[in-house]
Design a protein around this ligand. Sequence first.
Ligand SMILES: *Cc1c(COP(=O)(O)O)cnc(C)c1O
Length: 380
Amino acid sequence: MDRKRIDFNRAPFIGTEMEYMRQAIDNAKLCGDGPFTRKCSELMKEKFRVENVLLTTSCTHALEMAAYLCDLQPGDEVIMPSYTFVSTADAFVLQGAKIVFVDIRPDTLNIDETKIEAAITDRTRVIVPVHYAGVACEMDTIMEIAGKYHLKVVEDAAQGVNAYYKGRALGTIGDFGCYSFHETKNYTMGEGGALLFNDSSYLERAEVLREKGTDRSKFFRGQIDKYTWVNYGSSYLPSDLNAAYLYAQLSQMEKINDKRRQIFDLYHERLAVLEERGAIERPTVPAEATPNAHMYYIKVKDLKVRTDLIQYMKQKGVQCVFHYIPLHSSPAGQKYGTFFGEDVCTTRESERLMRLPMYYSLSLEDAAYVADCLLEYKGY
Ligand SMILES: *Cc1c(COP(=O)(O)O)cnc(C)c1O
């Protein structure tokens, strides 16, 4: 028998990308804010029920835009989990903010909403919930705390595209939402993202920021007859060629979602016996959350078992990976942030989590093989 080789991730490809990209080339309009960029924004506005969607070059850039629009002063504090990707924090560090890390919940690995209020000081300006694995944070509680202390909420919904909290799309509940279309996410354009917000009073500043500090967006809409440098800005708009690839994916969002869901369910059902035996823990989803099967992870006893299991799976031809090293234990995290209170769950849970292959083109047969390998492993 041939040795299996199952990658951890492969960029999704639905089949219509080439046709849309050819159209973009025929349009002879490859810069930003072309027809496909508009189609992507309109589709997301409608599907996710949000007023404004600006396509960006990455989720990192969407976070940078959100951080800028929060009007931070040096020394202002931003609350977020330590168990997240570097960009969640880095975007705010660029604005001179100090990062205050709050512990996560052991069940969802999302920020522990019951520990946020104690971390608030008179310098706190923003809370950044990260919807880990596309499973919603406890948003009602977070929005209530933000309202009480007049804080802004920036949702890092990089993994939460087409996932919901009480029926509302992740990324549309706080003041700003940030999506990622990196190739490791559910829907992709290679590298890309989006900034979402309902309050249209931010639109003009957001457009200027995204268009090199100019009012070119207004100019394109015919609202002014020449454009000029009006404020600080950068270039956060992706090429329409990339947007064409994304549009193919967004148009078939449910097809991609269904396939990921099938893989998720297969893992979840087959690995139930391991959980019953106390060998592993499987992901849990709160009743309020409708996730998007972004990720499938298991939690084993400790770091030692995880290291051994990753090695074992590798020998079986299956690439499994761990995830974030908590930011507060990184050099930059120590320089720019502090962990508030006790780290009860962050380090412990991060050390025992292992992610399984999960992508659109993964066959159910291969997913079953992955589950079988885990069932055969004796080292739990
Ligand atoms: C992927 C990811 C990002 C960064 O997304 P890019 O589009 O690669 O910039 C930020 N936050 C979280 C939680 C992510 O998973």
